[in-house]
Design a protein around this ligand. Structure first.
Ligand code: PAF
Length: 259
């Protein structure tokens, strides 16, 4: 597996692979089983699999959230190698946002609802870094988790609006046996918070925002929103806080989920 730290390094490493197809799996590290599912989907779709490891500061409004994000590059490189990634792009912040950087992309409507309301500027950071990664890697296919349903909706809009020649593959959410969606943030939950957090998938399984909100509040979770936003496929989505940890989850409305 090749590890490139610079834009030039990625382009050089991919130069002789352009005859085949390239998939990109963008991540911020802290790789888990959900990321492994993304790599598997990428591997199934393309000849070359590139995984980016970049903790993107521009999508974090709250410095405490950024500073508390788990970082272990050595473990992430091991996990990427074991998952069969061909090339890891792990740039520094300066490589992605050099001094003087001032270009930003915004998906206005989809980027401002739900997560965008509670985390202003979040999707501006996501859209900008993803467009940069797409331009650097020039993938045929980009792979994202359906767990971040709004991110998928925002990026599909960006790809359509900017006429980008790439396909977005959304991979179904991977869950622990108890139903909790895999997330790098789960590591921050105390055992008691994790037990309370299990109300999140159960509440979404009602497919009813009012019923779901009542269940979440009953479980002692602080609810930021429960909604059926204008995403395709139709989805019920929620964000809650268990102690200081913020969790999001969603289920496509046509999916069978046990309650
Ligand atoms: O989903 C994530 O991990 C991030 O939002 C992404 C897509 C890697 C952009 O930084």
């Amino acid at each position: 597996m090749i590890v490139a730290r610079t834009v030039d390094g990625v382009r050089a490493a991919l130069a002789d692979r352009r005859g085949g197809t390239v998939a990109l799996v963008p991540t911020m590290g802290a790789l888990h089983g959900g990321h492994r599912a993304l790599v598997r989907a990428a591997r199934g779709a393309c000849d070359t699999v590139v995984l980016s490891l970049f903790l993107n500061p521009s999508q974090f409004g709250d410095p405490a959230d950024l500073n508390g994000y788990p970082r272990d590059e050595a473990a992430d490189l091991d996990a990427a190698g074991a998952a069969g990634v061909d090339l890891v792009f792990a740039p520094t912040t300066d490589e992605m946002y050099p001094p003087g950087y001032q270009t930003w992309v915004e998906v206005t409507e989809l980027g401002r609802m739900l997560e965008g309301e509670f985390r202003p500027g979040h999707f501006r950071g996501v859209a900008t870094v993803c467009l940069k990664l797409f331009t650097i890697v020039r993938p045929d296919v980009v792979v994202f988790g359906q767990k971040d349903a709004q991110q998928v909706a925002v990026l599909r809009r960006l790809i359509a609006d900017l006429h980008l020649e790439l396909e977005l593959l959304a991979v179904p959410t991977v869950r622990d046996p108890d139903g909790l969606a895999l997330s790098s943030r789960n590591a921050r939950l105390t055992p008691a918070e994790r037990r309370r957090a299990l109300a999140l998938p159960r509440a979404l399984a009602t497919r009813d925002p009012d019923e779901a909100r009542a269940l979440l509040e009953e479980a002692g979770l602080d609810v930021d929103y429960v909604a059926i936003p204008p995403f395709h496929p139709p989805t019920i989505a929620a964000a809650v806080r268990a102690g200081s940890t913020r969790l999001i989850d969603n289920i496509p409305l046509e999916t069978e989920v046990s309650r």
